[in-house]
Design a protein around this ligand. Structure first.
Ligand SMILES: NC(=O)c1ccc[n+]([C@@H]2O[C@H](COP(=O)([O-])OP(=O)(O)OC[C@H]3O[C@@H](n4cnc5c(N)ncnc54)[C@H](O)[C@@H]3O)[C@@H](O)[C@H]2O)c1
Length: 256
């Protein structure tokens, strides 16, 4: 028996990075997985990997910032697999670097639309289906940047802080429906998002990688699977008494 045997999961932003690792792990542990992402071809490839390993999956193109798309894809996925038990709100963007003074309204809106509004839309449309299934688990990707500040990604911090407190609010709102809602707070995880952010003109990528690793007392960056295992725990019945909590997976980044 897998740890999420016969459950149905929908993962957003599942084409690469943490979302991809999560989709693969949930499938390996017995869930049928709706693999959703803006990048339709890459989402298809992840669903293909799951099929090749003997799992159940289907891919959907989904932009989480568009409510009509969210409503349609969540309904279709639940119809295709018969129910919805697990939602992983993983899709996210870091947006442009900048302090509040340097951030444009357009950059702010784009980050908030994907990270905060996307999490809100997916939750809103998943809850009725989970209620019908007798309960469920929603796992929201916040960040260590939703707990502590840094000097130059103002919109991203605001969006991840919003996700942290939305998780607690939704945990309270839907507890009587046996829908658990928790947030996950990764430190720096080596994914395409971090790789893109590590392009510093005139500095070798290895030097940036090593400087980022040193921010973590354990001395390394995290891997997508480190986060996927935490998400799997929160998604599973092992966490049946866990809601409104914050799972920090950060190599000690916030322990100081
Ligand atoms: N990598 C890190 O260091 C780190 C640390 C803390 C938190 N996180 C969070 O974890 C999550 C995953 O991060 P990652 O590093 O794997 O990122 P990534 O950029 O590697 O992958 C994100 C995925 O989300 C998709 N996406 C972007 N906008 C979307 C939209 N509007 N609708 C649907 N899909 C969309 C992208 O196509 C991509 O496949 C994000 O929410 C991120 O903020 C990452």
């Amino acid at each position: 028996m897998g740890r999420v045997q016969d459950k149905v999961a929908l993962v957003t932003g599942a084409a690469q990075g943490i979302g991809r690792a999560t989709a693969l792990l949930l499938a390996r542990e017995g869930a049928a997985v709706a693999v959703t992402d803006l990048q339709a071809g890459e989402a298809e490839a992840v669903a293909g990997e799951i099929h090749a390993a003997g799992g159940r999956a289907r891919a959907w193109a989904l932009d989480v910032s568009k409510e009509a798309e969210v409503a349609a894809v969540i309904a279709e996925a639940a119809k295709a697999f018969g129910r919805l038990d697990i939602l992983v709100n993983n899709a996210g963007i870091s947006g442009a670097n900048g302090t509040a003074e340097e951030t444009s309204e357009a950059d702010w809106d784009q980050v908030m639309a994907t990270n905060a509004k996307g999490t809100f839309f997916c939750t809103k449309h998943a809850v009725p289906l989970m209620r019908r299934a007798g309960g469920g688990s929603i796992v929201n990707l916040s960040s260590v940047y939703g707990i502590v500040g840094s000097h130059n990604v103002a919109a991203y911090h605001a969006s991840k802080g919003a996700i942290r407190i939305m998780s607690k609010t939704d945990a309270l709102a839907f507890a009587e429906d046996r829908i658990r809602v928790n947030s996950v707070h990764p430190g720096f995880i080596w994914t395409p998002m971090l790789e893109a952010g590590a392009q510093v003109p005139g500095v070798a990528p290895e030097a940036v990688h090593s400087a980022m690793a040193k921010l973590h007392p354990l001395g390394t960056l995290g891997e997508p699977e480190d986060v996927a295992h935490g998400i799997l725990y929160l998604a599973s019945e092992e966490a049946k008494f866990v809601t409104g909590s914050e799972l920090v997976i950060d190599g000690g980044y916030t322990a100081r």
